[in-house]
Design a protein around this ligand. Sequence first.
Ligand code: KG4
Ligand code: ZN
Length: 334
Amino acid sequence: MRILGIESSCDETAMSIVSENDGVIVIEKSLVASQIDLHKIYGGVVPEVAAREHVSAIFPMLLEMNISRDGQEIDAISVTAGPGLVAALRIGVELAKTLAWMWKKPLVAANHLEGHVYSVWSQTPTPAFPALCLLVSGGHTELFLMRDHGHYELIGMTRDDAAGEAFDKVAKLLGLGYPGGPAISKIALEGNASAITFPRPMLESGDSDFSFSGLKTAVRVYREAHPEASVADIAASFQQAVVDILTIKTLAAVNRYAPKSVILSGGVSANRALRELLSSQLAQQFPDVTFHAPNIELSGDNAVMIAIAGLHRAKQNDFVDPLTLEANPNMRLV
Ligand code: KG4
Ligand code: ZN
């Protein structure tokens, strides 16, 4: 099966062609047009600007995919239907509906979060079930237990800010610009991660929930009290607090749910400190549990993950009507 993936939920327009033969996934084409430079001026994503940019990027991108006019080489289309910015989602969804109707191809309404999880299926070995998924992005911080393809059980989530959002907000108050994650992890390399002991909220909560808003406030209060402090030390110490919280809580969930694998995904999975601590602690404490994280280029938003999630939905004949599909900004995984 060969599937066309389309993603436009936030500030990346992306398209991919992914095929699967006997369980082997091949990424035939993957294009991503990032709007980051545009949104940087505003210090965050402006939905109206994002939607306008998707409109101007998506048709040239479709042409660049070099698909024949009747779409004969494509077996199905998978598009991100949610969650995300509704005006942005609609651009991809309307294109996917039109192509599916014109080409008479089945259409999958992919969930963006499921896409992030499936980004690791682009590599071998693939995760064994049950898999514990730590999904960390700009809008979400969640722990899921995935018992099989398409079956998720929510076991914990953030009660306030998402991990990526905490990176973005702290970067803003440190004057490091947008997006915050890459900026903080870069400057953190020059800082001392144990220079400042920031709080690690929710470690003793006894559940798998997270909270990052107090940590962000702690950074702001520290910065105001110590204007002379090194930004690199603050960034490194903040990053260490986030990485410790995510790692400790994930390992506690491994202990509780005994999964066969752990999947780290979402934009924050690009963070090296997080990858290194989580994978090394997992290997030390649970040597039989395998660790899976996407290649760095598939950790942020892309359409390969949407196509792979779509492949699995297509195998279950989980298709939608191209005439009635609507973008769902609050689409849930469970
Ligand atoms: O998954 P994603 O690209 O978009 C959403 O679905 O939200 O995630 C974007 C988030 C942003 O908050 C960004 O700051 C964060 O991922 N991020 C990182 C890193 N690279 C991106 N956070 C920490 N360290 C990074 N290296
Ligand atoms: Zn994302």
